[in-house]
Design a protein around this ligand. Structure first.
Ligand SMILES: O[C@H]1[C@H](O)[C@@H](O)[C@H](O)[C@@H](O)[C@H]1O
Length: 571
């Protein structure tokens, strides 16, 4: 059915039909749908299908997300390469570092990253996501150049701290930008690209270091450090071509530019920008959100004054948003305490202890962990929006917990005599890989997805900063305590990680909200109870005023009702 409505500059609803669950689906031009709940109070929309077909449908947003995710590549690459560099002959001979200095070198990047992640949000809100990405790339390249040209240990350490600032900033900017440009139906898939890039970087870094380690002289370690400048430059130049985040533009009051950018991202011709109903709906949602912020908090993200900054940080810990702030922080806590980095950093030692001899074998095994992580992210990219975040997290925690427990039991039983229990040793290795696969499909990618989804625009950059800072600080802590724990009791170390996964299971079951397929602006509804009736009403009034509700009603060819009234509130 083709219907021309009068209300909204000629929007066209193509057809509508109720489905089994009572929701009615309404087709819109270019393969989009609007689904309205039977009670007529809530809705979702999609520009196209989910999964691979959805990625094809959103090829431009996909390209932008791939580009932005290069930020994650810089992080993974360092992780992969440093393990190799620290044991390279020429490096060790030139810089006879103590183990304390070794630790400092690894930790310096993480500390720099922590600072970078916490501060980049300010730039990102005040100026733009893209300009901040550019600045972060410049800082990263300076840090990399310093490391590559290092003549002394202090120079290396300073280079790593500066490089870390860039890496940390990128680790929050990329997911933030990706969340803000993605259409709801493939947001999970697009954002899982962050994890894809991190682990791709780790694999590339690891194998580059592995193959350059026997090159003559300092080229062995300088060349892998020089290579990392390439992604930095690529993303830096690319940032000029990435479309601006429409969400940030609206919060800066630049609605026309936002609409243009959105049209480009959704592959609509400029002249369709004013007639495509989904595009209008998405833009109106953003405007509702911007008005809501101004009306409730009395500031806008563009203010950038110290007072506005401080207010936004305070908001994160207010009653209204505290549970979301915790979702971000705790997500990263569980991601790190699942034990992935302990296995990556200490994998070789572990393999050695369980009886696998020789540097090459142990290095290959830990390189293998990277490859398994890399392969595991593919199914998640394809299915995360159909399956949802929660089931992946739950299944992931259960499998990770069981793998850790099995390893712990085997280690406890046979650690004194692995050579006589080869099957047990190999079973432990298999469990390490099963753990990695489960992690790589769940906590790995979702750690980078969920925090950018749960916050409203007004505090998003700060919320993502905090969650990313939680990633870096827990990562740092794990690096610090794992050797001590391993020395005290390897089997107990695995029990600790198993306990964290066990707790993660309950957390993902009872605390995490499902954010799949919900638009960023509608995430508020998922947190329903915390938003407060007064706010919900105000939001509804703005939606009414701005025309969002009328547009939905037009498309759905039925009323889109007002749920609460001031009268209800008073009674
Ligand atoms: O998601 C990533 C990834 O899984 C890395 O391998 C790990 O080292 C990081 O700490 C984590 O944040």
């Amino acid at each position: 059915m083709f219907r021309q409505t009068n209300h909204h500059r000629g929007y066209v609803a193509l057809s509508s039909h109720p489905t089994g669950n009572g929701e009615s689906h309404h087709a819109t031009p270019h393969g989009g749908t609007l689904s309205v709940h039977p009670d007529g109070t809530s809705y979702t929309y999609a520009y196209g299908p989910k999964g691979l077909a959805g990625l094809r449908h959103n090829s431009y947003a996909l390209g932008c997300a791939i580009f932005a995710s290069i930020g994650g590549l810089t992080f993974g690459y360092d992780q992969g390469v440093i393990a190799n560099i620290l044991v390279m002959k020429e490096f060790v001979a030139r810089f006879p570092v103590t183990s304390w200095e070794k630790g400092l070198m690894t930790a310096m990047l993480e500390l720099g990253s922590l600072v970078g992640a916490l501060t980049a949000g300010v730039l990102a809100d005040r100026y733009s996501r893209r300009q901040s990405i550019l600045v972060a790339c410049v800082v990263f390249c300076i840090g990399s150049a310093l490391q590559c040209a290092a003549q002394s240990i202090p120079q290396l350490i300073v280079g790593r701290a500066i490089g870390g600032l860039g890496v940390g900033a990128l680790s929050m900017l990329s997911p933030l930008y990706m969340a803000e440009i993605s259409p709801p139906e493939v947001r999970g898939s697009l954002m899982a690209l962050e994890q894809f890039s991190i682990v791709l970087g780790a694999v590339l870094g690891f194998w580059t270091g592995y193959f350059t380690r026997d090159l003559p002289g300092s080229i062995s370690w300088r060349s892998p450090l020089a290579i990392q400048i390439i992604p930095g430059l690529l993303l830096g130049f690319g940032s000029f071509f990435l479309p601006p985040s429409p969400r940030l533009l609206v919060s800066h009051g630049r609605d026309d530019e936002a609409l243009q950018s959105l049209a480009k991202l959704r592959l609509r011709a400029p002249e369709e920008a004013n007639t495509d109903p989904l595009l209008q709906m998405e833009l109106l949602e953003m405007r509702v959100e911007a008005q809501l912020v101004e009306k409730t908090f009395g500031y806008s993200t563009k203010d950038g004054t110290f007072v506005a900054e401080a207010r936004a940080w305070k908001q994160l810990f207010s009653k209204k948003y505290i549970n979301r702030t915790f979702i971000g922080i705790v997500m990263m806590f569980f991601q790190q305490w699942s034990g992935i980095n302990a296995l990556l950093y200490y994998g070789p030692t572990l393999m050695h202890e369980i009886g696998l001899q020789g540097d090459t074998v142990t290095l290959l095994v830990s390189g293998g962990i990277g490859i398994v992580q890399f392969l595991a992210v593919f199914p998640t990219i394809i299915y995360i929006d159909s399956l949802g975040r929660k089931p992946l997290l739950r299944w992931g925690s259960a499998i990770m917990c069981l793998s850790h427990l099995t390893i712990s039991l085997l280690v406890r039983q046979y650690e004194s005599d692995w050579p006589a229990h080869v099957t047990a040793a190999w079973t432990a290795v298999v469990c390490v890989y099963i753990f990695t696969a489960a992690y790589g499909m769940s906590y790995g990618p979702i750690g980078w997805i969920l925090p950018s989804e749960v916050f409203p625009q007004s505090v998003r950059s700060k919320g993502v900063s905090l969650a990313t800072a939680s990633n870096w600080s827990n990562n740092f802590l794990i690096g610090l305590v794992t050797p001590v724990m391993m020395e005290t009791s390897p089997s107990f170390t695995f029990v600790i990680f198993a306990l964290a996964c066990f707790a993660g299971y309950f957390w993902s079951t009872y605390v995490v909200p499902e954010t799949a397929n919900v638009s960023l602006e509608e995430i508020d509804a998922v947190f329903g109870s915390s938003a407060g009736q007064e706010d919900a009403l105000l939001k509804q009034e703005i939606e009414e005023e701005i025309g969002l509700r009328r547009l939905i009603a037009d498309l759905a060819e039925g009323p889109f009702t007002t749920t609460t009234t001031r009268d209800d509130l008073e009674h």
